[in-house]
Design a protein around this ligand. Sequence first.
Ligand code: KG4
Ligand code: ZN
Length: 341
Amino acid sequence: SKRAIILGIETSCDDTGCGIVDTQGNLLGEALHSQHLTHLNNGGIIPPIAHDLHRQNIENVVQQALKSASLSLNEVDAIATTVKPGLPLSLIIGAKYGKYLCKKYHKPFIPVHHMEAHALTARMFDKSIEFPFLVLLISGGHCLLAVANSVDEFLLLGESIDDAPGEAFDKMARRLKIKNLPQYSTLSGGAAIELATSEATDFLDFAGIKAVFLRHIWRAEKKGIPPDGVMSGYQNLCASFLLTTTRHLCHRVQRGMEYLARKKLIPPDKQTLVVSGGVACNNFIAEGLQIVCENLNYKFIRPPPKFCTDNGIMIAWNGVERWNANIGVYKNFDDIEIAST
Ligand code: KG4
Ligand code: ZN
């Protein structure tokens, strides 16, 4: 079929993203505005602030993406936009703007599920990935293991029952105050913990982790803490936390693979694990998963780090997948609503 151009808009959390991709999978343009530093100063995302920042930046981000692609909106064939899951106050900005552009330029609207977009992005970079494949999504908001059976059919094998790993990393980095140290000040919690780990001399077990935390609190009480508030030995604590998280994820993925083999849900010659989401940027976790894959005869695939975190390209690509399969491309879209889950 004729080559089409899809523009994607992402505003589900704290990144305002726009990407432009054609139906052959060529990346034509992109722009991203991150609210990361604002939220860092507030100690977390405050939804009305995220809302205002999305509103202030959305138009500019879309224009920038178009400019980087040397395209005008008239040349775009459809607009894909994240409508769920996410923060309602964030989602609403992208959804309203995407629909507004569709109406103004007479384009169809493609509503996108943020997690499905994360799951399928890898297919843009590696065209050899065929359905079905196993996908692990690990981010600040999610932790799930699923089989991607087609563009819009996913079999959920397991999900986090409480915190997502990125959330745990972020909270821990905050409590440790390691961002007081300049080398960590602009990093996400997860990235800071990964960097600290590179200076670790020891991995601790659970009792060890507890002991270090207790010592930290005790020192704080005795005012024996250094002026920046960062405890000594934080590197070992970070390393231990990362190791424990990695071990847990690997164990769960291995169990998932064994289940799929028993149930014959993925043919032996097609066994592929795709890992994505912000936490997939972590090289230590990726190496652990790679070992599981080698042992169980799975191909291991991770998109480039900047496409593991939230971005507009993954939404545009999901639009391409839907356009090509002719699933969920709407000429009438007034009734399509955003949803937090
Ligand atoms: O997918 P994402 O951009 O946003 C959502 O949460 O949907 O993921 C952001 C998360 C944050 O929690 C951040 O700490 C984590 O990804 N992250 C990492 C690394 N880089 C980012 N976690 C572990 N290691 C990293 N290198
Ligand atoms: Zn995400």
